[in-house]
Design a protein around this ligand. Structure first.
Ligand code: GLU
Length: 217
């Protein structure tokens, strides 16, 4: 099992994301990554095969400033451990991290390829990014778009989604994989496990099976 961390804050979230990933290392993983939206509205990402420390080293050269972000440690199920397969997965304005398995990913992939989407990984997860993008492009607000996406997913997931055009909003949902919301003061967090968030909060909301949450600062 691998891990998810997300944060919406008034401060830079990259240190919170990295520390959260370190605290999830015990769960096992083969690669790690993070994506953050900066104050100019740029969505940037850094990913590395190997330890969270490799990602931290990578983020020295490719820093991720910004107040909203998501991060992930991956245990590959679909596609080899590689940088291209590491999360977050992106579709232009949207970034997604996901734990679990999307069983109907092949059908969704064909459908999205038919709409002109190009896939850059072998993962099941990448369909979530492109499907969200397609619903946003059709004019749906982020909440509605991701809710429509999760209705189409078969399988197990904990996921977190951010959108460059909604830089104050983090969408998270769970079905079959654990997820917790960490409540701060003017800043809030999500993670697979409370351990990831203990440096920033001691107050938690445990999502139940099938729950989703919209997290704002
Ligand atoms: N199935 C996804 C992948 O292979 C997520 C694996 C995970 O839970 O880390 O990328």
């Amino acid at each position: 099992m691998c891990g998810i961390v997300g944060a919406v804050a008034e401060r830079d979230v990259a240190p919170i994301l990295l520390e959260g990933l370190r605290r999830l290392e015990y769960r096992g993983y083969d690669s790690a990554g993070a994506a953050v939206i900066d104050e100019q509205g740029t969505l940037a990402r850094c990913r590395r095969v190997g330890k969270v420390q490799e990602l931290a080293d990578g983020m020295v050269g490719e820093p991720l400033p910004g107040h909203i972000g998501i991060a992930h440690t991956r245990w590959a199920t679909h596609g080899v451990p590689s940088e291209a397969n590491a999360h977050p997965h992106q579709s232009d304005r949207v970034a997604v991290v996901h734990n679990g398995i999307i069983e109907n990913h092949e059908a969704l992939r064909s459908e999205l390829q038919g709409q002109g989407y190009t896939f850059t990984s072998e993962t099941d997860t990448e369909v979530i990014a492109h499907l969200t993008h397609s619903y946003l492009d059709a004019g749906q607000p982020l909440e509605q778009a991701v809710r429509a996406v999760i209705e189409r997913l078969e399988g197990a997931y904990a996921l977190a989604v951010i959108d460059r055009d909604n830089p104050d909003l983090l969408f998270t949902a769970r079905k079959g994989s654990p997820l917790v919301v960490g409540v701060g003061i003017g800043e809030h967090f999500v993670a697979s496990d409370v351990a990831a968030l203990l440096p920033v909060t001691r107050e938690f909301i445990f999502l139940e099976e099938g729950d989703f949450a919209l997290v704002r600062r």
